[in-house]
Ligand binder design. Structure first.
Ligand code: 5GP
Ligand code: MN
Length: 338
């Protein structure tokens, strides 16, 4: 955002407004943490703030302050649409295109509210009046911190805000280990701890609250792991039958794809997850180094994301999807083996 845009946004926020904040569909730690962190600041400025998430999200994110106030569009369409219609400002966080909000795309694009996008995904769309997009950022939560800094609102970062932004940064950096983690990220994390984020508790609340079934499902995923050695590629397939066997709950497969990337020599890892409910195969892609999974996901599986982390989907059957994937791979041999 240019300086004059920052000034304009600052002026906009200087008087109480009706504000809606929206994360992407299937919101993750960064999406929910960013929305709640920003909401807690705006509430202190006496704005009327509502967070509307397109659909539900995993239990390990539900302990954050203000979680109970998040409205789920899927189950509260009328109320959500009234709030969207009535909003003066809509913040869209952690996504680059309104289609990433699923069924909320329609009401959001119809709304005459002023829109502010804060996001770190590649190729942001132009629907917003103010666009703060930076693909070099570790997380949208880190960007919310910068946004608060630019708009001189950091004094409102209390312990609740700090915890929410900590979750966003922690989850999108793989606990500060992915290459998107910079010294600035660590400086911000230090400041969030100083402001009351209980770092060790937060790691436990997000990562050490697995059900027994989830841990067993991880065992199945690991035994299903395949490695294509000459293409430095690993993949995991989980069928709906696997998920049912271990009483799958939303969020249970979060992070599984990274185990593929932990195998020595592997630069590209994928997980295929069958969803009978959505009638699609959902895929997560991860890579190490130069191989761009954003491009791969966009070109072949209606998806997108970042260079080293992306997602996509397929309407084919589980087997056909895996076959399609395997047949495409050799065309990337040079990138995968350099
Ligand atoms: P995950 O694999 O953890 O679901 O997502 C990894 C990254 O890719 C996230 O930044 C997420 O926003 C993005 N992503 C996941 N699924 C999709 C998708 O279907 N379309 C697009 N454009 N991005 C996705
Ligand atoms: Mn993110």
């Amino acid at each position: 955002m240019k300086n004059e845009e920052v000034t304009a946004v600052k002026n906009l926020l200087s008087k109480p407004k009706k504000i809606v904040i929206v994360p992407h569909k299937n919101p993750d730690g960064d999406a929910i943490g960013s929305c709640l962190g920003l909401a807690h600041v705006l509430e202190q400025l006496n704005h009327n703030v509502n967070i509307i998430a397109p659909n539900d999200y995993p239990d390990f994110l539900k302990w954050m302050a203000g979680n109970d106030t998040i409205i789920i569009y899927d189950s509260h369409k009328e109320k959500s649409e009234a709030l969207i219609n009535d909003a003066e400002i809509i913040f869209t966080l952690d996504f680059n295109h309104l289609s990433r909000t699923g069924d909320m795309e329609q009401p959001l694009s119809k709304s005459s509210a002023l829109k502010i996008l804060i996001d770190h995904h590649q190729q942001p769309d132009s629907y917003a009046n103010y666009i703060y997009s930076d693909v070099s950022m570790s997380s949208t939560a880190e960007m919310v911190y910068h946004f608060l800094n630019k708009t001189e609102l950091t004094k409102y970062i209390n312990a609740d805000v700090a915890a929410c932004l900590y979750v966003g940064i922690m989850t999108d950096t793989g606990s500060f280990r992915f290459p998107n983690t910079t010294s600035t990220t660590h400086h911000i994390i230090a400041d969030l701890i100083d402001r009351g984020a209980k770092n060790s508790d937060i790691h436990n609340l997000v990562y050490d609250t697995n059900s027994y079934h989830r841990t067993q499902l991880l065992g199945r995923a690991l035994s299903n792991l395949k490695v294509i050695e000459d293409l430095n590629t690993a993949y995991i397939v989980l069928s709906q039958k696997d998920l049912n066997e271990f009483h799958y709950q939303r969020g249970d497969t979060e992070g599984f794809v990274n185990y593929g990337l932990s195998v020595k020599g592997v630069v590209f890892a994928t997980i295929f997850i069958e969803s009978e409910q959505e009638n699609i195969i959902k895929m997560s892609f991860r890579s190490r180094g130069e191989f761009c999974v954003n491009t791969f996901a966009r070109n072949h599986f209606e998806g997108g994301g970042h260079i080293n982390a992306a997602g996509g989907k397929s309407d084919l059957s589980l087997n056909e999807t895996v076959e399609k994937f395997i047949s495409i791979l050799p065309t990337y041999k040079t990138e995968l083996t350099q």
